[in-house]
Design a protein around this ligand. Structure first.
Ligand SMILES: Cc1ncc(COP(=O)(O)O)c(C=O)c1O
Length: 390
């Protein structure tokens, strides 16, 4: 395993609640209003003419949602952000804001499965070509950049957790005037800051670690004022994928505990990964902390979701069914510990099956360690291996 990074940068805690509230409430209020009123013609005209940024209607802007947008921009060390009703809403809107028919985009194999489906089903229908490249092969990826409109990255990738060399890719893209977008949901801004590595736009499925409680679906996009202005101008108000004030408030609330939760996921993930790597029935563990893991890390800590491949000595379905503490479930980033066996996902229809297309073994099992103690997760895995031994 690589040297364990220090997590000292997680403290002191995040800045106190954002506000400007007349009662100095410690927690921001929820502006549960679709509509904002004006006292005069002049006030309304100021908004339409761009002289004032007051909210007028919550499909465009809402004060609670704006607090969350300011918060994520600050955490990613950038100027602006936009919140969406899901991670996919954020991904689709961001990519669509920048592409035209006839464009080509470059992305990584093993990109999140619904991002892959969005590329295959939607982008291709509008005449955008998509190149899927092994993201650990920086030379190949960099060679594909000239002439592309944008590079869409996810480091680490879904299911197999392959890493990309963000600084090298960002540098090459900049030289060719190509936009770079990074899905940073796995690492969170606490463990990786893609914009500091030179990329342009960062995306979060806030449904995962930022939300952290499995109680909301939300997406965030952060970047420079210009890039977010393009998203606002080209697409945001017209596709209507806005986040509700209540869900923005949930994410804001749960971001306050992010450093504590990420510290737990980091420690617990490393312990369970090390235990799995030493297990006789495990072929390999796909965790970015391992020295032989493919790709170059720009990580300052590790999330608690990774995969492992079991040997022929384990029956995958019996193993998964034997788990007690660890449940079967497709999302991640909340308190629950979860597994997803790639074998089940491989039954998705072949033309939009990212796992089948890019060769994920049916012996791969994705494990999300929630807020459980690593010893309890290990005990559950141990007994399931015993039940599933052939
Ligand atoms: C890495 C990654 N990106 C994006 C998404 C999409 O987020 P959402 O489910 O909020 O649309 C997911 C969801 O699982 C994900 O795992």
């Amino acid at each position: 395993m690589n040297e364990r990074p220090s997590l000292d940068h997680l403290y002191p805690p995040m800045p106190a609640a954002l506000g400007g509230d007349p009662y100095t409430a410690a927690v921001p209020p929820i502006y549960q209003s679709s509509l904002f009123l004006f006292d005069s013609y002049a006030e309304l005209e100021d908004v339409f003419a761009g002289r004032s940024s007051r909210p007028i209607y919550s499909r465009g802007d809402n004060p609670t949602v704006r607090l969350l947008e300011r918060r994520i921009a600050e955490m990613e060390g950038t100027e602006e952000a936009r919140a969406f009703s899901s991670g996919m809403g954020a991904i689709a809107a961001t990519v669509l804001a920048f592409v035209q028919p006839g464009d080509r985009i470059v992305t990584v194999r093993h990109v999140y499965s619904d991002a892959f489906r969005f590329f295959e089903k939607v982008l291709k229908r509008f005449g955008v070509r998509v190149d899927y490249i092994d993201g650990t092969d920086t030379d190949r990826l960099v060679a594909a950049i000239p002439g592309a409109r944008l590079v869409y990255l996810e480091s680490p990738t879904s299911m197999v957790f392959e890493l990309q060399d963000l600084p090298a890719i960002a540098k090459a893209a900049r030289e060719h005037g190509v936009l770079t977008i990074v899905d940073n949901s796995w690492a969170t801004p606490l463990f990786q800051q893609p914009l500091a590595a030179g990329t342009d736009i960062v995306i979060h499925a806030a449904s995962k670690y930022l939300g952290g409680q499995s109680d909301t679906v939300a997406g965030l996009v952060a970047g420079s004022r210009d890039h977010i202005a393009t998203i606002n101008r080209e697409i945001y108000p017209y596709t209507g994928a806005k986040l509700s004030p209540f869900e923005a408030w949930l994410v804001l609330r749960n971001i306050e505990t992010l450093p504590l939760r990420m510290r737990h996921h980091h420690d617990a993930g490393l312990k369970v990964a090390a235990w799995l790597a030493a297990h006789a029935h495990v072929r390999r563990v796909m965790h970015p902390a391992f020295a032989d893991h493919p790709g170059r890390a720009t990580l300052r800590g590790y999330g608690g979701i990774f995969s492992f491949e079991v040997s022929e000595a384990t029956d995958v379905a019996i193993f998964v069914d034997a788990l007690r503490l660890i449940r079967i479930g497709v999302s991640w980033g909340g308190p629950e510990s979860l597994v997803v066996p790639a074998k089940a996902a491989l039954s998705i229809s072949p033309e939009t099956n990212v796992f089948a297309r890019f060769g994920v073994s049916d012996r791969t099992i994705r494990l999300n360690i929630g807020l459980h103690q690593p010893e309890d997760v290990i005990a559950d895995l141990r007994q399931a291996f015993a039940v599933a031994a052939r």
